[in-house]
Design a protein around this ligand. Structure first.
Ligand code: ATP
Ligand code: MG
Length: 712
């Protein structure tokens, strides 16, 4: 059956789906059908006779690429499983393994996930004996963050530190040394971190023209979704693989760029035309996802951005439901309010639970809600935050398998030896060294004195002899590891045991251990494979909700220092990224959008509720864009803003008026008062005399210092 492209796509989308012969960029706002256009382009290419296995589809998760391929295959009425797709990292891994011999890569290389990379960075630091006894020395997560960012942004460590981590400047030389040692440790132990996958692939392709030619011939078409979140090396890889005559189609939205913190470079999309000469650029202007009131609100989020976005989205979806702001007493009552709203949406609007998503900036922000949902036995799925495979016991079990595949895997040795009594932090490196040197005498002496160590080494030998399929290896591992797990986690080992069973069932889908291990570090296999329960509430970090849509969306924790996060409040670039994150969150909504603003949050280390201010992203919204609800002391909500309240002024007066504070000297970063806007918090000094202030009721404004009165 022929697909009627003309009736399923609008003019601009049709042009993008059928354009051939030169690179193509679709740059357009959220919900304008970019992903839909890729799906139809894929279907059309196959209809035109392009072999599915020669179309490379790169996206931000494997799940997203599965989804696109399966949509295209439904359109065509034929299977398209052979379309190679996934993330840049999984593509790089597969290519490096496929051509390992020609590229000179040891095919048994291990991929380090984030936690492994941190532990290796710590190892590097310990070996250099840096920062001993210095409490403010950067912690392992910061170390690896600095190293990875410097690579992704392609800046040397000292440039990165002076730009983004000025408080770490005193440690700059130490950081450089650690970065160097970390690189050597990886090299000597057959370990690749995420960044290596991309950089090594690029390096090796450039050094091996034959392999490059094979790869180019294999992929006639390259398509990339969410191009705004690619970094420099990813963009170069696309160019390299496409070659001179390659057909590249990239789609993205500069306003949704939310991975700058990992080195994504929005210039990739903005300068596409320069990198790919002769590129056709298509813009989509109609939004098919959201209703007009939601679109009005999301357009306002962008209008308030410092960087202007060239977006003129319109929709034909009219409705009388405006977005809502719910102001709750605390984050605990916010959790209950979400539940109430879920039942209201189901009861009054006929939504299914699965049509509703609760989004938040960081994984921990849904804990209170999860507690409430668990109490009620309410079905939910959670995406983002800590991955299933990052749990300690899962990583333990995987460490044995990793050692069976790569005996020099340092991070895995550290884990496995960590559970052996009598092998302390000093002995661990000695054991590893002895193993790698093949010092049988030393090991024999040690194991004679330490039975647990002997058991571990014998077990690993058996496993290495014949790991078999990953599910089989995991059975043997479980037998060895269960007693260790009981000792290590006496309080909750039954739950952890369930986790191991789950891991075994995921593993049953794989033929060999290295592919299974790579997937576990690169993806979130549990999340991908398991179809979520039919009618479950979706809880997700905003990053993990990228590209998705839901009939109703609730955004949690819209309070200062939560969203935007604490660190972002002090750096304008980070603040802008948080704004784009807010834009991504709100643009997931089709029919209903609810913003939750807790007025106090539980602070764990103080063991009490602390008042918090509303997020500037809410206070800056004109009142007519939403309905405002405030929690009452009697329970429930009432409309908060009585009609007829005067409109907030739209721009700050910067001249005239009586001089208040700021006698020429800089104002302290802290709370202040303004005659019209009231109380606010100074978050940035803009020399010579202006300040960026987040006002409680009016959001972010730039004000001349003399109109501000510092508050005690
Ligand atoms: P995002 O930036 O959030 O990734 P997007 O631009 O990729 O959004 P899609 O997810 O492709 O947008 O489309 C949003 C919704 O609009 C989908 O439900 C899609 O099917 C629908 N849609 C897009 N274009 C059309 C069209 N021409 N006709 C009907 N529905 C459309
Ligand atoms: Mg999309």
């Amino acid at each position: 059956m022929q697909i009627d492209y003309r009736s399923r796509l609008n003019e601009a989308q049709y042009e993008a789906a059928t354009h051939r012969g030169s690179p193509l960029l679709v740059i357009a706002g959220a919900g304008s059908g970019k992903t839909r256009t890729i799906v139809y382009r894929l279907a059309r290419l196959v209809e035109e006779g392009v072999p599915p296995e020669s179309i490379l589809l790169l996206t931000f998760t494997r799940k997203a690429s599965f989804e696109m391929v399966s949509r295209a295959s439904t359109l065509l009425g034929r299977g398209l499983a052979s379309v190679p797709g996934g993330t840049f990292h999984s593509f790089a891994f597969a290519t490096l393994r496929r051509h390992a011999a020609e590229l000179g890569v040891n095919p048994a290389f291990t991929v380090l996930d984030k936690a492994d990379a941190s532990s290796l960075a710590k190892d590097a630091r310990d070996r250099l004996e840096l920062g001993k006894g210095d409490k403010s020395f950067p912690k392992k997560d910061t170390l690896v963050e600095v190293v990875s960012k410097s690579r992704n942004k392609e800046l040397n460590v000292s440039d990165l530190v002076s730009r983004e981590y000025p408080h770490l400047l005193p440690y700059c030389e130490d950081l450089e040394e650690i970065a160097h040692a970390y690189r050597n440790l990886k090299r000597n132990h057959g370990l690749f971190d995420y960044d290596d996958l991309l950089f090594e692939l690029e390096r090796l392709l450039l050094a091996n023209p034959k392999v490059l030619e094979t790869v180019r011939r294999r992929f006639n078409h390259v398509m990339v979704d969410e191009f705004q979140d690619t970094n420099l090396v990813q963009a170069r890889l696309v160019k390299l693989i496409a070659g001179d005559h390659g057909e590249v189609a990239a789609v993205g939205d500069d306003a949704q760029s939310i991975y700058a913190f990992r080195g994504a470079n929005v210039a990739n999309i903005l300068r596409f035309g320069e990198e790919f000469p002769g590129a056709r650029v298509v813009r989509l202007e109609r939004n098919y996802r959201s209703t007009q009131p939601i679109l009005d609100l999301t357009n306002t989020i962008l209008e308030n951005a410092r960087e202007k976005y060239d977006k003129h989205l319109y929709t034909e979806r009219a409705t009388s439901h405006r977005p809502r702001v719910y102001r709750t007493h605390s984050d605990a009552s916010q959790a209950r309010a979400v539940l109430q709203r879920v039942s209201e949406l189901k009861r009054e609007h006929g939504l299914d639970t699965g049509d509703i998503a609760v989004l938040f900036r960081a994984g921990f922000m849904s804990y209170l809600l999860e507690v409430e949902l668990n109490k009620l036995g309410f079905p939910f799925v959670k995406y983002g935050g800590i991955k299933f495979t990052e749990a300690a016991h899962i990583k333990d079990a995987l460490a044995y398998m990793r050692l069976a595949c790569n005996p020099s895997d340092l991070a895995a040795w550290n884990r496995a030896l960590g559970h052996v009594k009598g092998v302390g932090p000093k002995t661990v490196p000695k054991v590893i060294e002895a193993v790698l040197r093949g010092d049988a005498d030393w090991l024999a002496k040690r194991t004679a004195k330490n039975q647990q160590l002997g058991d571990l080494l014998r077990f690993l030998d058996t496993l290495r002899r014949d790991p078999g399929r990953p599910a089989h290896a995991l059975e043997a591992i479980a037998e060895f590891y269960l007693p260790i797990m009981r000792r290590a986690y006496p309080d909750d080992y039954p739950r952890r045991q369930q986790g191991l069973d789950e891991l075994a069932s995921i593993a049953s889908g794989y033929q060999d251990c290295p592919s299974f291990l790579a997937d576990v570090s690169l993806e979130n296999p549990g999340e991908d494979r398991e179809a979520p329960p039919e009618d479950a509430l979706v809880l997700s970090t905003i990053h993990s909700a990228k590209g998705l849509q839901f009939k109703a969306v609730m955004v949690l924790d819209l309070a200062e220092e939560r969203f935007p996060g604490k660190r972002a409040m002090h750096r304008m670039e980070d603040m802008e990224e948080e704004r784009r994150l807010m834009y991504v969150a709100c643009t997931r909504a089709m029919d209903h959008l609810d913003l939750f603003v807790p007025e106090a949050v539980w602070v764990r280390h103080l063991e009490r509720n602390e008042p918090v201010r509303p997020s500037p992203f809410v206070t800056e919204l004109p009142a007519e864009l939403y309905d405002d609800y405030r929690e009452t002391f009697g329970g429930g909500f009432e409309m908060a803003r009585p009609r007829g309240m005067p409109e907030p002024p739209t721009s700050a007066p910067t001249t005239g008026g009586p001089a208040k504070g700021g006698d020429g000297g800089a104002l302290p970063m802290g709370y202040c008062r303004h005659a019209i806007y009231g109380r606010g918090k100074i978050i940035q000094h803009i020399p010579p005399d202006k300040y960026r202030v987040n006002f409680q009721d009016f959001g972010l404004k730039v004000i001349v210092g003399r109109f501000l009165e510092p508050e005690e």
